[in-house]
Design a protein around this ligand. Structure first.
Ligand code: CO
Length: 164
């Protein structure tokens, strides 16, 4: 397993629409393991494959005190509620922004072995799913921030939101 370099803005791969995964072969399994290593090494809570330069529809999410969730070809099938969040991205270091995310989402997709999964999530997990699935569509959180005053540089002494 290996830690991969994380692509940062304005790398064009972050603006690419990622392709569906159709084969759950060894190369996909290696990519998943490397993305989990990379996520842990960066101290983040979520990572999309575009962020390591691979435009495939694959995300890994690891929230504190939960197990790693790996989703292939994830799709949001239902969203409800709305809440204000402060969010950061591993591909946009040094900044965080205020934006609105859904309170709850239902996501369908596949696990790392190609089995169909359906996931109900709320709060931080719902936020991470929306953030990572946005990445797969070439969308960054800064696109959803409602004005320049809602995007701020993180002060060195301040505690930052975990990156995704
Ligand atoms: Co991100």
């Amino acid at each position: 397993m290996a830690v991969l370099p994380i692509r940062q803005v304005p790398d064009p791969v972050l603006r690419q629409r990622a392709k569906r995964i159709t084969s759950f072969d060894g190369s996909v399994q290696r990519l998943i393991d490397n993305m989990i290593d990379t996520l842990h090494s960066a101290g983040g809570v979520g990572l999309a494959a575009n962020q390591v330069g691979v435009p495939l529809r694959l995300v890994v999410i690891h929230l504190p005190e939960t197990e790693v969730v790996c989703l292939v070809n994830p799709e949001i099938v239902k969203r409800s509620g709305e809440r204000e969040v402060v969010e950061g991205c591993l591909s946009i270091p040094g900044y965080q922004g205020e934006l609105k995310r859904s309170e709850r989402v239902v996501v369908k997709g596949h696990d790392r072995w190609g089995r169909e999964v359906r996931l109900r999530a709320e709060e931080l997990m719902a936020q991470a799913l929306e953030h990572e699935i946005d990445h797969l569509n070439g969308i960054l959180y800064i696109d959803r921030v409602e004005g320049p005053d809602k995007l701020t540089r993180i002060k060195p002494e301040a505690e930052a939101e975990p990156g995704m």
